[in-house]
Design a protein around this ligand. Structure first.
Ligand code: CA2
Length: 145
């Protein structure tokens, strides 16, 4: 059976490709999911690609990943900078965690420079645009061996 990877997306990422293209580009989240699904098949991985605007839902999905997923790629969006609940949920997950940001958060406002999730993440990516999702998936396949 293929190893399952969760790709989790936080608040407002459903708007990807529809607003602020100068920051986040023109690619939609559906485009990203489609590219990742194709790539995952080639890497021998299975995907659950999810987006929510709700902190508790993100916590529930991270908890679901325990015992089900080999690894988590997460773009917590604004919850990156605020959510101890998401950090605590990730701390209860045993596999590799990759934190991903489409934009280069360290070039942006100071409030985006701190991440609670980084205290758990095994790797952190920022500024690779939506292509970062595919890079993260390749790295996940590499670390899972
Ligand atoms: O760069 C990233 O991926 C972020 O996680 C995106 C978050 C932001 O709060 C983080 O600081 C960095 C925002 C996601 C909102 O996405 C939108 C996409 C298109 C239009 C409006 C919002």
């Amino acid at each position: 059976m293929a190893r399952l990877i969760y790709i989790l997306n936080g608040p407002n990422l459903n708007l990807l490709g529809q607003r602020e293209p100068e920051v986040y580009g023109h690619t939609t989240l559906a485009d990203v999911e489609s590219a990742c699904t194709t790539l995952a098949a080639g890497l021998g991985l299975e995907l659950r690609f999810l987006q929510t605007n709700h902190e508790g839902q993100l916590v529930d999905w991270v908890q679901d990943a325990r015992g089900a997923a080999a690894g988590i790629i997460i773009n917590p969006a604004a919850l990156t900078h605020t959510s101890i609940a998401v950090l605590d949920a990730l701390n209860a997950f045993d596999g590799p965690v990759i934190e991903l940001h489409i934009s280069q958060v360290h070039k942006r406002e100071a409030f985006r420079h701190h991440s609670y999730v980084s205290q758990r993440a095994d790797a952190v990516m920022a500024g690779f645009g939506t292509h970062g999702y595919e890079l993260a998936l390749r790295h996940m396949a590499h670390v899972l061996g």
